[in-house]
Design a protein around this ligand. Sequence first.
Ligand code: ADP
Ligand code: MG
Ligand code: ZN
Length: 622
Amino acid sequence: MASPGLLPPRSRQNQIFSGLLLIFLILSSVYYMTAPDRNDDEKLTMAREVPLSAITRDYEAKKLTEIIVRGSNVYAKLLSGSYVQSYKELGDSIGTLGWNDPRNATAVRVDDIELKNFFKAHLGDLLFFILMIALGMWVFRSIARSQSTALSFGKSRARVADGRQGKTTFKDVAGCDEAKNDLKEIVDFLKSPKKYTTIGAKIPRGALLVGAPGTGKTLLARAVAGEAGVPFFSISGSEFVEMFVGVGASRVRDLFLKAKRNAPCIIFIDEIDAVGRQRGGAGFGGGHDEREQTLNQILTEMDGFDKDTNVIVMAATNRPDVLDVALLRPGRFDRRVFIDKPDLVARKQILEVHIRNKKMGKGIDLEVIAKQTVGLAGADLENIMNEAAIFAAKNGMKTITQGDIVEAVEKVTLGSEKRSRKINEKEKKITAYHEVGHAIVGHLCEESDPLHKISIISRGFALGVTWFLPKEDQYTTTKQKFLDEICGLLGGRAAEEIVFGEITTGASNDIERASAIARSMAMRYGMDADELGIVSYGERQGSAALGVDLGMSRNYSEDAAKKIDAFVQRTIAGQYVRAKGFLAVQRSKMEEIVEKLLVVETMSLDDFLEIFEEAKKVEKKE
Ligand code: ADP
Ligand code: MG
Ligand code: ZN
């Protein structure tokens, strides 16, 4: 869309052209006015000097063809064609000199020497002046162009996607069946509003899509427009927030106006939390005039719809907790549609959507990939398939193999491998023991997730990785599982201590995670019932369900804080002893696995079990 505040490029060119033409005209008229000088100048300067009375005498005798008066200079052209020159008093006019005899045909010309001299003297200045103006105009233009927003202030910059062409439909959205069901209603409202209005039902004004980033909110909104076959006006909340107060509000007005003209249609406000925060100074950023005005305008516009204006406002957010309550009132965003992170089945379906336009090799098993991607959102899965395609292309392959996808999963979840990183032998050995420590302890803890892979190829910041995969999506966790997780996390440090008798910094991340688990056991889940009771400590800011955690605010006593710390220390100390116990018993197997790992660098669960189970059998025989 051309931004309306600026001239379209065509007429801007015309303007520059006519400007140049004007400058040309001025210059040529200046040239013309000074032109006689140029022609006569030479002859005049060579003119013979005579007394003024001689000229008057010749005039009266009609011996002259022309008299030219320039200031106090008088030039006279004789019949012979040559000039003579004299001087007069400045006060003397043609009349007082007697040169205005109507019967005398001699031409008497008074050159306006002032004007001529002015132009002569100031031609340079004039040119300079014109140039400066032109330059100024040019600078102004280019500034205006670069800040076209400043000129198109109040216009909404909503992008319109016509639902009738190149459309996204529910078929492009895998999983989220509940969300799709909720939204089908809206599609129906848009398609056949009569059905609802004749029975007296009010058409809902707004639907709020709530879900973690990348779960497909934007995609779903588009799909609704596509299904209903209506235009889709999308704008991001942050686009309303500009440096000038009042701009946001006028953009809202403009957007709704455009939408009403195009009804039935959908207005989609992405990331509405950018404008829809609680008003009145609470929360982050304090009172923000601009945001408040924008929000008020949105509310006013939504209230101002006629009963049968068929415009539905959809909005998306991942922070419903910060939204102003006024937005959630009936008649506004009264429908709320929650979009969960995809479960196993949905992940497989999403992967299927994203292999549609890719060349896949034979024997692809997406179920396996879906299993390995617990907790990832649709956008991550799309990213994985894209990375897989990049891997395949990089390796000069024509199709994508299962191996490419597996590699992509690891890259997306763990960071890419850094094979080139130089690690000395000692460090490599310590890493191997550390990772095998995690693996053995994790494997021996009943409740721990199954082991998937061990690697001592460094990735991201980690020197090695031991990867456990959840069996299925879990929504609740037992206390024992928490303890086993802590134990597994401490397995790395335990191995280092047992084998080398010294400890490294390599376990800092493990310790952090173990501590966090222990702390939330005490504070959130009431798992230290004896000391702390079944009480929640600390007020959470942000929404746990959406994975947005803004930390805790402290609402408990010093005494409780001590008890929480004591629980964390006790729990971790206990699990550390347990981990060391496992490893002390399995010392010989640990050595054997480490030896293999140092050679092959990565081991799958099967490789691990081959040695571990074998060793077990041997031990049993002895
Ligand atoms: P959000 O707006 O929730 O942050 P998007 O709608 O922008 O997420 O999703 C980003 C991308 O992820 C989409 O363009 C789409 O390709 C992919 N995606 C997300 N969820 C799904 C899904 N359920 N089915 C298919 N693709 C999905
Ligand atoms: Mg989005
Ligand atoms: Zn570790």
